[in-house]
Design a protein around this ligand. Structure first.
Ligand code: ADP
Ligand code: MG
Length: 210
């Protein structure tokens, strides 16, 4: 799909929510080893509430849809990742204010604004072994993809590919931020759970917009 309106994006976010819920066992397994074990359940709770919210409502614009999604995650999820995933969905809203449809460039601008907001809020740096290590390569891949395409699907696929590269890279990183810092060396070899969630979110959206 080249452009997506609020209805298509609602379908994409429902698909992303299903993908996050399906990933819960993997997220839990990884967070049990390198964190406090609650990331999978937190994400499942937040995205189950998100799906319920989306099924019960219709949205007049992509802005209204993503705003509702972000607020729902902040309200329903605990832990650092509730605030951070909410920030990812709310931080870039100004880029899409007034648009009925998002093309690749608008989608890229929206998520890049959200990514910058997550970095400002959480203060994680590249290499700290957090979701930021999936978000930064996702941003770079989206920006690069725009040289060849203006399709919203292609931009989200690029975001997923970048995030997956980031997930691989987190395996070698020593945690410096968040609770997994308590596990230090034993976290080497394991990916960051928040980074996995980022790749699942982008992947779920991209697949639904194919
Ligand atoms: P908590 O750390 O409060 O238990 P979760 O388990 O839900 O929260 O989420 C853990 C994930 O949150 C980590 O895998 C990491 O990706 C992300 N995270 C934690 N703190 C930060 C931060 N300051 N900046 C960016 N991401 C962070
Ligand atoms: Mg945790």
């Amino acid at each position: 799909m080249d452009k997506a309106n609020a209805t298509a994006l609602r379908t994409a976010m429902i698909a992303a929510a299903d993908a996050i819920v399906a990933a819960e066992p993997e997220l839990t397994r990884v967070d049990m080893v390198i964190g406090d074990g609650d990331h999978g359940i937190g994400m499942k709770t937040g995205f189950t509430a998100l799906k319920r919210e989306l099924l019960a409502n219709e949205y007049e614009s992509p802005y209204a849809l993503f705003h509702a999604c972000g607020l729902c995650l902040v309200k329903s999820m605990g832990g650092s990742s509730g605030v951070l995933f909410g920030t990812l969905l709310i931080g870039g809203l100004e880029a899409i204010r007034g648009l009925d449809c998002l093309d690749g460039a608008a989608m890229c601008a929206y998520f890049c604004g959200g990514i910058d907001a997550v970095i400002r809020r959480g203060k994680a740096k590249a290499g700290d072994k957090t979701m930021v290590d999936a978000l930064l390569p996702a941003k770079a891949h989206m920006e690069r993809a725009l040289a060849d395409t203006d399709s919203v699907e292609s931009v989200l696929k690029a975001a997923e590919a970048g995030a997956l590269e980031g997930v691989e890279a987190t395996k070698a990183m020593l945690p410096r931020l968040g609770r997994s810092k308590n596990f230090r060396e034993s976290a080497i070899g394991w990916p960051d759970p928040g980074a996995i969630s980022v790749s699942v979110l982008f992947g779920g959206m991209a697949k639904a917009l194919a």
